[in-house]
Design a protein around this ligand. Structure first.
Ligand code: SME
Length: 163
C-alpha cells in the first residue's frame, strides 16, 4: 500500500480531484475493511483540500451514525429526516449548502462551519448506506467541481459497502 499521496499543491481543485481519485482507487482496492478505507479516504481529502471537517456517517438501524472523520468532534447520531446529512441520505441526492444558516434544520456541530456538501453513498444493491459530509469554514465554498469530484470518490467505495 502507498504510504503517501502525491498531488500538486498549487493546482485547482479540479486538478487535485483528478490527481487523487486514481490514488484513492488504488489505496482502497487492496483493503477489504470498510472502516480502514473510510478512514484513509477522509485523511486523503483532508490532506488534499484542508477541509474544516470531512467524514462519514453510516446507516445503522434507523439513524446515521458517525464514522471515520478528520476535524473537530461532531454529533454522533443523525435521524434520516434531520440536517443536511439526513436530507442527502433520504433524497438520494448530493446536497450543496452555500450558507448553512439558510438551510432549515441544519445541524450545527460547530459554529465555525459556514457551507457544506453531503454526498449519499450506496451499497452494492444500490441502497443508501450512509453519506460523505464535508464542511467548510468559508461561505459558498463548494461548487459543481466538488460535487463531481466527491461523487466519483464515493462511487469507488460502492463495492466496499455490502448490502
Ligand atoms: N451539519 C450536518 C451535521 C454533521 S456535521 O456537519 C459534521 C447536518 O446538518 O447534517
Amino acid at each position: 500500500m502507498a504510504e503517501s499521496i502525491a498531488f500538486s499543491k498549487a493546482a485547482s481543485r479540479e486538478q487535485i480531484y483528478a490527481e487523487i481519485t486514481p490514488q484513492i482507487d488504488a489505496l482502497i482496492a487492496g483493503e477489504s475493511d470498510l472502516i480502514a478505507n473510510l478512514a484513509n479516504v477522509a485523511a486523503v481529502l483532508e490532506e488534499a483540500f484542508s477541509f474544516f471537517w470531512v467524514g462519514f456517517y453510516l446507516k445503522k438501524g434507523d439513524q446515521l451514525v458517525l464514522g471515520p472523520f478528520q476535524g473537530p468532534l461532531a454529533c454522533t447520531r443523525i435521524n434520516f429526516d434531520e440536517g443536511v446529512c439526513g436530507h442527502a441520505y433520504s433524497s438520494l441526492k448530493t446536497v450543496v449548502v452555500p450558507n448553512v444558516d439558510e438551510f432549515p434544520g441544519h445541524i450545527a456541530c460547530s459554529s465555525a462551519s459556514k457551507s457544506e456538501i453531503v454526498v449519499p453513498m450506496f451499497d452494492t444493491a444500490g441502497k443508501a448506506a450512509g453519506v460523505l459530509d464535508v464542511d467548510s469554514d468559508r461561505l459558498d465554498d463548494f461548487s459543481e467541481t466538488d460535487r463531481l469530484g466527491l461523487e466519483r470518490i464515493v462511487h469507488l467505495l460502492k463495492g466496499h459497502l455490502t448490502a
